[in-house]
Design a protein around this ligand. Structure first.
Ligand SMILES: [Zn+2]
Length: 122
């Protein structure tokens, strides 16, 4: 059996994770194509997240986060909302911050449901 074309067997390529960007009119846009992504705001899935915390990295094939996505590319682009640190509860109750390496190699905190983290790591 051919090993190519894994997508058709449900194996997703890693999601491209980019920092949220706004244009001159303060509208949320995709950093790659400049298309407004305001309407995509909500829960997003990051396939094969590059998590900094080793225990988390081993536990997560898919990370749920909150932010925007752009679907105008042959790959998924997710732009997680920026959170200040480990405590994301100021942003949404019951969510926590985890460190993830973005596609530009910078490490930032993104929000994820706290329940997912405790279930995976304990
Ligand atoms: Zn785009």
């Amino acid at each position: 059996m051919s090993r190519t074309g894994l997508g058709q067997f449900g194996v997703m390529p890693p999601t491209v994770v980019r920092e949220p960007t706004r244009d001159g009119e303060d509208i949320q846009i995709c950093p790659e194509c400049g298309h407004p992504v305001v309407k995509s705001k909500g829960s997003q899935r990051i396939e094969k997240p590059d998590l900094v915390h080793v225990a988390l990295a081993a536990a997560f094939d898919v990370l749920v986060t909150f932010g925007w996505r752009c679907q105008r590319h042959p790959y998924e682009i997710v732009m997680p909302m920026r959170v200040g640190g480990d405590d994301a509860s100021a942003f949404v109750d019951g969510w926590t911050g985890v460190e993830i390496r973005f596609s530009d190699e910078h490490i930032r905190h993104v929000a994820t449901p706290e329940r997912e983290v405790t279930e995976h790591v304990e």
